[in-house]
Structures are given as structure tokens and as C-alpha cells.
Design a protein around this ligand. Structure first.
Ligand code: FAD
Length: 452
């Protein structure tokens, strides 16, 4: 049986894994590999929370492979040289992977595929992350979509009922001879992604279990909650959302598996559609990232290029990051982020709005902080989220529509349960006064918008 490398990236699973599936279907003996090359991700290399998650997820993948008779070989980049070295040391004739859509990675993968083919290797990339790939939907004029609802309609019409494959029960062993092992120089996962020195993330792991089993458990736990999702999804105290975002980002569960599980659940149709629609925001985000790669750092709407963002006030930015703004719902969200690596979507909108509108700081300051601290940090979703809130993006909330965090808290956290969980000192002298007057800051933001 000839050997093939199966190159794992953000698809850290064995269930419904198209690269693995394709290698097996073509009767290759798969050699599972992971290449650590954060420097190839351009300005958006994974942040600290992502690294902490990936380390655990790779360990879980290796354990799942070992339980089937195989194992994961981890090496350092540069990726092209690493894959070539691995292929020649193992005699692999082919390389299989699933596609990613981040601009730096798309560029790298295109070059890499060309170089590997020139070197005589068979290469195949597959869709393992999206329901509909970015180039599969276009407006009547052939352009990419910039508005969600028509995108959603076109994408869902284009989508085929996803097929899913179960994880293989057994895999052929990966046996390197000594010379090959020496040539490969495969460090342990711990050496590639060491545990953070100060264990700042130790509180994460009572909330999360990285890896395929954790993803499967999260999906299973969510099924009975789908019926309540339409109302529950906006209430941060309720835990009414799926918490699948980091698992989806790292590909620990396939999007097709999530879609099929919820579509076939017993929940009322409205509730199922409300949830599946959110999955299409993720699709939309990837569509935009692929077609408008500059938007990771630049406004999608060029009318904001001359916007009068405020000069960054370090003390204010720091108060925002550490949850000490004196605005309770915002502080609750920023502390939830710091302690769990995740924040409820409604609260993400509120903290982002405060930063970009009341404090009038450029959305990139917030996007960078989220990228570093979220366990679900995802260049597509994060860029869309920040540009949406800031009013600079596709189908965005207009800049002049400014959330009032006090009213939003009354509406979405009416008995204050969420705020009390994260800001227990509220109402005591330990809680800081507000760093801004909301009404004055709102007027200043509107005035800046009018000057545009
Ligand atoms: C400023 C800002 C930044 C954000 N940054 C990220 C990010 O880095 N990574 C990330 O995954 N999401 C991001 N989001 C989107 C959203 O907040 C999270 O996907 C959601 O809170 C994850 O929780 P969940 O899995 O319980 O969501 P659920 O409500 O259960 O939704 C299921 C899945 O649908 C997708 N989804 C849901 N809402 C959105 C959305 N608005 N945009 C794109 N996809 C969505 C996610 O993959 C999510 O896991 C951001 C939103 C905002 C406003």
C-alpha cells in the first residue's frame, strides 16, 4: 500500500475528515502530520488563547489516532520544506489536506501545491470547513455578495445536503525506520506548543474540552437546547447558544455534521432555521474574507478611510481590556473573555460598540485583542464581527446606531445575573466609576460621523 501524508491543519478530527477520507478511498496508507509554522500566517499568527487550545487539541487528535493504531507526527515549518522532508523520509507519494481561507494561508497553499506537484508529489485539497465555498456563490452580475440575506438565500439554494463519513475504526500503523525518524526530527507537541508559563488560561479548562470528543459532547448537549435558541441566544446569562465556535474553528467537528445533526433534530422548524442561519453568518464571513482579503486590516467600506478615530488613550484601552470601564455589562463581557476565552455574542457586540463608538477607537484595536484572547479567534468571523459593529463592513450596523449598554443590559440581562457572575464587586467601593459619560461620548461619536 503506497503511503500518503494527511496534513492536518484546522481540521483536527477523524470524523467526516475529507482529506483522510480521500487518502483512504484511494488506498493510500495515511501518515498523519501537523506542521507548526505560525510565521506563515502573516500579521495574524494565532494568538495565545488559540495556541493553548491547539496544544490540547493536537494531543487529543494524537490520542484518537493511537487508539486506531496510528499516530500524529508533528514537525516545525517552513511548511514546504517540512512536507518535502516528510514525504521523502517516508516514501509518501501524495499529500492530502482540507482548505483554509485566510489570505496569507491561501497564498501560501497555492504556491506550496505548485511546488509539491513540481517535485512529483500527488496533491489534493478538499473542502472540509464550509457548507458552500466562497467561489461557489455569486450575485447575478458575477460579483461576491456584500449583504447577508441575499447571500444566505443563494448559498442555501446552492448547498447540497451534506454527506458525512464516520471516522475509520482502524488505521494502518505509521512505522518509520531510524533513518527516517532522524531525518524528520519530530518534536513532541509539548515542545512545539509549550504550556503557557504563567498558566493565565488555567480557568479555561473547566469550561472547555478541546478535541473531537469535547466537540461531539458540546453538539450533543446543544440538541435539546435548540428549541429555546431563538429567544435564548440573546440572553448571556442563559447559556442558550451552542458554544461550538472554538470546535468549529479548529475543525474538531465538521460543519456538515453540525448542520445535519441540527437539521434532523426534533426541534421546531423555526428554531432549527434560526440556528442554521447563524452557521451561514460563518459562511458569509469566509466568503467575504476570500473575496476581500484586505478587510482583515482595512475598512470594507472605503468611506470610513478618513474617519476621525480618536487618538488611542492607553488608560481607556487598558480599562476596556481588563473589564474596568465602570460600565457593568461591558466589564462582565471582558472578564468572561479573560477567564474563559469566550464571550457571548450579544456582549461581543456591546463591548465592540463601546470601543468603536463611545471611545471611538479604531476597530483593529479590539480585533487584535479578541484575536489574542478568544479560544474561537477566527480571522473570518472576527473581521466580520468587528467591521459589522463598527459600521465599516459588509451589511454592517450603521455607525450612527449606537448601542446604549445600560439599556441593552436591562433588556438582555434583566435580573443582572450575568453581570453579577463576572462583576461581583458591583455596588461596592471596589468597582470603578465609568471612564466616560455615555451621553457625551455618544454625541461626540455622532459628530465625528457627521464630519466624515
Ligand atoms: C466583535 C465580534 C467579534 C467576533 N469574533 C469572532 C471570532 O473570532 N470567532 C468566532 O467564531 N466568532 C466570532 N464572532 C461571532 C459570534 O459572536 C460567535 O461565533 C459566537 O458567539 C460563538 O458562540 P456559539 O458557538 O455559542 O454561537 P451559536 O449562536 O451557537 O452559533 C453557532 C455557530 O455559528 C457561527 N456564528 C454564530 N454567530 C456568528 C456571527 N455573528 N458571525 C460569524 N459566525 C457566527 C459560529 O461558528 C458559531 O459557533 C464575533 C462577533 C462579534 C460581534
Amino acid at each position: 500500500m503506497p503511503a500518503a501524508l494527511v496534513w492536518f491543519r484546522d481540521d483536527l478530527r477523524l470524523d467526516d475528515q475529507p482529506a483522510l477520507q480521500a487518502a483512504l478511498a484511494q488506498e493510500y496508507a495515511p501518515i498523519p502530520v501537523y506542521v507548526h509554522a505560525p510565521e506563515e500566517e502573516g500579521d495574524w499568527a494565532p494568538g495565545a488563547a488559540s495556541d493553548a487550545w491547539r496544544r490540547r487539541s493536537l494531543q487529543a487528535l494524537d490520542a484518537a489516532l493511537r487508539a486506531r493504531g496510528s499516530h500524529l507526527t508533528c514537525v516545525r515549518g517552513p511548511t514546504l520544506a517540512a512536507l518535502q522532508r516528510l514525504a521523502s523520509a517516508t516514501g509518501a507519494e501524495a499529500i492530502f489536506w482540507t482548505r483554509r481561507y485566510e489570505p496569507a494561508i491561501e497564498r501560501r497553499d497555492t504556491e506550496l501545491k505548485r511546488a509539491l506537484r513540481r517535485a512529483g508529489l500527488h496533491t489534493e485539497s478538499h473542502n472540509g470547513a464550509l457548507l458552500v465555498e466562497p467561489w461557489d456563490v455569486a450575485t447575478k452580475a458575477g460579483d461576491p455578495y456584500k449583504v447577508f440575506t441575499p447571500f444566505f438565500k443563494a448559498a442555501i439554494a446552492r448547498m447540497r445536503t451534506p454527506r458525512t463519513w464516520d471516522a475509520p475504526a482502524h488505521l494502518p500503523p505509521v512505522a518509520f525506520d531510524d533513518a527516517a525518524a532522524h531525518a524528520i526530527d519530530a518534536p513532541a507537541i509539548d515542545a512545539l506548543l509549550p504550556a503557557p508559563k504563567h498558566a493565565w488560561n488555567r480557568t479555561f479548562w473547566s469550561h472547555w474540552t478541546p478535541g473531537e470528543q469535547g466537540a461531539r459532547d458540546a453538539l450533543r448537549a446543544f440538541v435539546p437546547k435548540v428549541a429555546a435558541y431563538p429567544e435564548g441566544r440573546d440572553l448571556p446569562a442563559m447559556e442558550g447558544t451552542s458554544c461550538l465556535s472554538p470546535h468549529l474553528h479548529f475543525g474538531e467537528v465538521s460543519i456538515a455534521r453540525v448542520y445535519a445533526t441540527i437539521a434532523q433534530s426534533d426541534a421546531p422548524k423555526d428554531a432549527r432555521i434560526a440556528f442554521l442561519r447563524q452557521l451561514f453568518w460563518r459562511e458569509f464571513a469566509h466568503h467575504l474574507l476570500h473575496h476581500f482579503p484586505r478587510t482583515t486590516d482595512h475598512n470594507l467600506d472605503p468611506r470610513f478611510d478618513d474617519f476621525d478615530w480618536a487618538r488611542v488613550d492607553d488608560a481607556q484601552l487598558d480599562a476596556w481590556k481588563t473589564g474596568r470601564t465602570g460600565i457593568p455589562i461591558v466589564d462582565a463581557g471582558m472578564r468572561q473573555l479573560w477567564h474563559t476565552g469566550w464571550m457571548h455574542n450579544r456582549v461581543r457586540m456591546l463591548v465592540a460598540s463601546l470601543l468603536t463608538k463611545h471611545l471611538r477607537m479604531h476597530w483593529l484595536h479590539g480585533a487584535r485583542w479578541f484575536h489574542d484572547t478568544l479560544v474561537d479567534a477566527d480571522l473570518a468571523n472576527n473581521t466580520l464581527g468587528w467591521q459589522w459593529v463598527a459600521g465599516t463592513g459588509a451589511d454592517a450596523a450603521p455607525y450612527f446606531r449606537i448601542f446604549n449598554p445600560t439599556l441593552q443590559a436591562k433588556r438582555f440581562d434583566p435580573d443582572g445575573a450575568y453581570v453579577r457572575t463576572w462583576v461581583p464587586e458591583l455596588g461596592t467601593p471596589d468597582y470603578p466609576p465609568p471612564i466616560i459619560d455615555l451621553a457625551t461620548a455618544r454625541e461626540a461619536a455622532l459628530a465625528a460621523y457627521a464630519r466624515r
